[in-house]
Ligand binder design. Sequence first.
Ligand code: FAD
Ligand code: NAP
Ligand code: SF4
Length: 672
Amino acid sequence: MTYPHLLKPLDLGFTTLRNRVLMGSMHTGLEEAGDWGRVAAFYGARAKGGVGLIVTGGMAPNKEGAVMPGAAGLFSDEDIANHATVTARVHTEGGKIAMQILHAGRYGFTPECVAPSAIKSPISMFKPNELDEAGIEKQIADIVTAATRAQQAGYDGVEVMGSEGYFLNQFLVTHTNKRVDRWGGSFENRMRLPVEVVKRVRAAVGPEFILIYRLSMIDLTPNGSTWAEVVQLAKAIEAAGASIINSGIGWHEARIPTIATSVPRAAFAWVTKKLMGEVGIPVITSNRINTPEVAEEVLAEGAADMVSMARPFLADAEFVAKAAAGKAALIAPCIACNQACLDHTFSLKMSTCLVNPRACNETELVLQPVEEAKQIAVVGAGPAGLSTAIAAAQRGHNVTLFDAAEKIGGQLNLAKQVPGKEEFKGFVAWYGAMLEDSGVAVKLGKKVQAEDLTGFDEVVIATGAKPRDPEIKGQNLPHVLSYTEVLRGAKVGERVAVIGAGGIGFDICEYLVTGESPTLDLEAWKAEWGVGDPSISRGGLAGNGPQPEPPTRAVTLLQRKSTKLGKGLGKTTGWIHRAALKMKGVQMVGGVIYDEITPEGLVVSDIETREHRRLIEADTIVLCAGQIPERSLADALEAAGISCHIIGGADVASELDAKRAINQGTRLAASL
Ligand code: FAD
Ligand code: NAP
Ligand code: SF4
């Protein structure tokens, strides 16, 4: 497929972008770490990979506007010099880069945070300080200074962050702006600050500097903006001197998922499309666009002039170059899991990518070509083995990959059966394309024994993990199934008890209560979560609220711990899984011991007192009690005196996920 809309240059009058792809802003933690060679390598790789315009992570304009204490910004000449090394590298690679200015307002993780009114957000620790007139003027001046410093550092432009519920957005709606002066009250007053900021930034940087304004097109919060207000603001922002309007979708405090993997692809392009024709400057759409096909489609149907993708550029720096070269099948897909990017950010860890552990580690995890090729056997084509095999072959080794199954993917083939995890299908398909491209010899349907592994210079055991035996009385009854059997299509009854509430227990519940996956049907997904049209209801919250389809089964999910179920799920996605199951009426039971399984169901008691023995009636019981390493081959090799490397679930099964498996596999390949 070719991508005529996506690859078409965009003329901004004073400068031309080489295509319609914007790398959206992401907070990676790189700038805060202070290793500027690493920052330059990260952005330089994306520029080399052909993206039209890069937007950096959000830079704070001042202390009170910082997302958290220590957040990066252009505060000194030294900062300007450091950023100049990044812009120089991007320009050397033929790219363009804009710096995002992010004033967090009441979302700032600091007691110094400021806002239009002293109202704490539901996701914040600190109540903000209400700004007076002088305080507002100071914020504008600091944002303008940040923009002029960005210009001095060699940036091609700035993006003013006006969406996602941050500072400028907080002025726009009465929910957060209770002021009665010229910055509050009527919509003209409430939009005064964003418009003033754009006007003064434009005046300070001159006409030939890209000025993107990120505008909240659908707040997804109570009392959010109406569509008429969105259009009025967009027109005023254009008149104030913006070069481009980017789409912001949902405030951070919104209780509707906007970028998680269960959100349909391009789920919000229809919102941006409503603005097309209302303004004369280019408009960018955003959210859950992760393949060149989807991006091309969005542009071809006239939903936007340009497409923003952020996480896809963590997954693959060469997204655009590969698309342009007709090699889209080789683009590592962002599966929208958040596991190594946003979840890291919220744990104050450097971002990287589950699919591509080299992201943000470009200078440290290097796949050097080898001088002497070795014969390498990799056993197990799950994510650990696949990533080792591909990376080792890319370095020049001769790699043979074995799997007992008839197809590659290991447990990813189970994950992809779960409604809302359809992205795993493309992930496995990508591995297939990469195996072919890198010249790995693949031997499927071959359960490897120790004696098959002679004659190799290196042997890698990536045989994965298998279900833990929970040793519950009655577990051999015919109505007891393991999660593997369920996801491979075993028949399940109407009433189900699921033992174990880890990631797999939650996924099994989702599988058991969902009919058609709403992820594949945008209108169904919008109804499920209560997304409406902002022209009809403020903020785009449907008037009748979420309307989930009824559950296909009655499910009870259980764990022994007394803590909240799902506590260990992803930091940024756990709430979505919990909310989804709650909407489907899944009963969550913690703090129980499993006494026995009987033909009638599951008998449990309170774990602490051993009292309150009761029967949970169930036609089927599903065991999701964790995993243990599959080490039989590793043990046999050890007994035969053959040394091997053990990775992924075969190494450590506890808290195993694909992120760890892939990271370990890639790092091993870099060292072979
Ligand atoms: P596996 O994926 O288990 O692969 C091992 C492979 O080795 C298998 O293909 C097996 O056939 C092969 N094998 C074993 N013995 C032999 C032998 N003797 N000879 C030849 N081949 C052999 N992780 C996440 O990060 N995010 C998620 O959202 C997520 N969702 C999940 C949902 C479900 C339903 C499940 C089951 C898992 C999920 N996981 C998720 C976990 C993730 O899939 C695993 O952590 C990961 O697959 C482990 O990788 P691995 O390569 O170590 O092993
Ligand atoms: P897990 O997260 O370790 O959960 C295991 C569950 O089984 C826990 O609820 C545990 O709770 C219970 N359990 C443990 N030992 C038991 C025993 N002997 N008897 C009964 N119950 C027992 O493992 P998992 O759900 O199997 O998932 C495997 C890995 O896949 C996880 O590490 C996870 O990271 C990954 N995964 C990730 C996602 C994702 O969305 N990121 C999704 C699926 C899987 P109690 O001990 O309290 O009973
Ligand atoms: Fe995408 Fe997951 Fe990688 Fe983040 S960690 S960029 S969501 S694939």
